[in-house]
Ligand binder design. Sequence first.
Ligand code: MTE
Length: 325
Amino acid sequence: MLIKRNSNGIELPFASEITPRHVFESRRDFIRKLAAGSIAGGALLEMAAREAFAATSAQKLAAQPNPAYVVLDKQTSYKDATTYNNFYEFGTAKESPARYASAMKTRPWTVSIEGEIKKPMTLDIDSLLKLAPLEERVYRLRCVEGWSMVIPWIGYSLSELIKKVEPNSNAKYVEFVTLADKEAMHGLNRAVLDWPYVEGLRIDEANHPLTLLTLGMYGEVLPNQNGAPVRIVTPWKYGFKSAKSIVKIRFVKDQPRTAWNLAAPREYGFYSNVNPQVDHPRWSQASERRIGEDGLFTKKRPTLMFNGYSQVASLYTGMDLKKFF
Ligand code: MTE
């Protein structure tokens, strides 16, 4: 990914990253009330307890494990999966999303489904949660930067939703548009990408049963930093194809102009299938480091073609994957 650093190679937080505005404002309000004597001791304790509860409680989400989609690798710890993230809308440092994504309001939330379909619709999160039975699937996620994780996601195949909206014959691609809320996402002030973050899939990729419309992980709803309340996970592609916090799904005729492809077309192709034989122009993609298991000095593990999901190979029959990287 393109990360701007200072001359020492260190990424410095920008002013608004130091404390998110909502935290800062509620703290300021709290201190003002405290100074004015309008908060008594008991109320103080209660407020502190409520704040701690809000910070730690996550809503449970029941799902049936689907053994057909469970990799047997050791699962990444919840802590690692929720504190080492890429979600540039909240800053480019790995720890930034965990620190700042709580500013994003995930309810009410709607996803507008539009374009080349017979039944355009706008669905709220409760409707999405009920659209198909929720499954737990343990997928490998391989980031283009050379690290990987193993995460128990909750959701169902995107094809369940596609079936409902009835694409017409012009629907060749699916575009995912994600939230761009300047109030909540300080990262939008930086022109790292052309916001909003947009990703896309060919319609047959979107319809592949592996493509997961994802609403939860580790038995709970998605944490904000992992793309609440709804995201896509395409485990045979580099992680950046798995767009977070989706607000619009568009069925289109032409290949979508996706955020990373627009930012650096020679580095990030539209397909971005995990492929150990096609190096990134600035680094090899032949091996990877599993977060939480492989230290910086451990020998890296080999990266597998399609991240090990060989069942997708037939989607690319006859295509030169060096050209369509
Ligand atoms: N989606 C949005 N909206 N913004 C982002 O910056 N980063 C991508 C992807 N989806 C990103 C995004 C990248 S580079 C990766 S590797 C994965 O999210 C990381 O997902 P995770 O944090 O849940 O592991």
